[in-house]
Write a protein that binds this ligand. Structure first.
Ligand SMILES: [Zn+2]
Length: 212
């Protein structure tokens, strides 16, 4: 039984891995700040995947429930009711996040043979603290976890970029390497070739370039 009072049963079964066709598609994935993930594939198709709006709504409801709990007297009946409400809101957020990540990782591993992602490090987790912290942190690790096991089931290859790979410093058009840019710089013009670059899209293109 979990904290919100629901019961679960787990059953272990043996089954064959789902057979999927080999494809030529490759994709680079940048984990973003305002968007959850930005992808570019080898056909040049760019997609921005936003955190679902319901997730933000549920976060607000959770904060409200937490405030309500903090006002309840210790040991009282209302306090345990309020605690159950908090647990339910937590559960709702977890389920919504899981559903979002489940669909996204299924789509990516269904459609692509080679998938390039960043290596999660303290450095790129830090950039997420600027945003809704709880949405980002847990989401990124779970995203990579799901991507890895689904890729293995479907015979796809995951390439993790070196954690020092400067995906946001290189111009994806000409390869010119500019210096580090502070996080608030979202777009710029390459001083070498004049290409107009969007930070996240540029990073996903540079990650895609690592798929040989
Ligand atoms: Zn350039």
């Amino acid at each position: 039984m979990n904290k919100s009072g629901k019961y679960f049963v787990s059953i272990l079964v043996k089954s064959e891995d789902e057979a999927v066709e080999i494809t030529k598609r490759k994709i680079g994935i940048d984990l973003g700040i305002s968007d959850f993930a930005i992808t570019t594939n080898d056909l040049g198709e760019i997609e921005k995947h936003k955190n679902p709006k319901q997730l933000y709504k549920a976060e607000k409801q959770l904060k409200k429930a937490q405030r309500s709990l903090s006002r309840k007297q210790k040991g009282g009946k209302n306090r345990s009711k309020a605690r159950l409400q908090v647990a339910k809101k937590h559960e709702k957020i977890a389920n919504q996040r899981k559903d979002f990540l489940d669909k996204l990782t299924k789509k990516i591993t269904d459609e692509n043979q080679v998938i390039v992602i960043e290596t999660l490090s303290t450095q790129n987790l830090m950039k997420n603290h600027k945003l809704a912290k709880s949405i980002g942190d847990a989401g990124w690790y779970e995203f990579v976890r799901q991507l890895e096991y689904k890729a293995e089931q479907k015979g796809r290859t995951i390439i993790k970029a070196d954690r020092f790979y400067p995906s946001s410093q290189i111009c994806s058009a000409c390869g010119h390497r500019d210096g580090k840019k502070p996080l608030h710089i979202r777009e710029w013009e390459c001083p070498n070739c004049g290409e107009y670059l969007d930070r996240d899209i540029n990073a996903s293109k540079n990650l895609l370039a690592l798929a040989k």
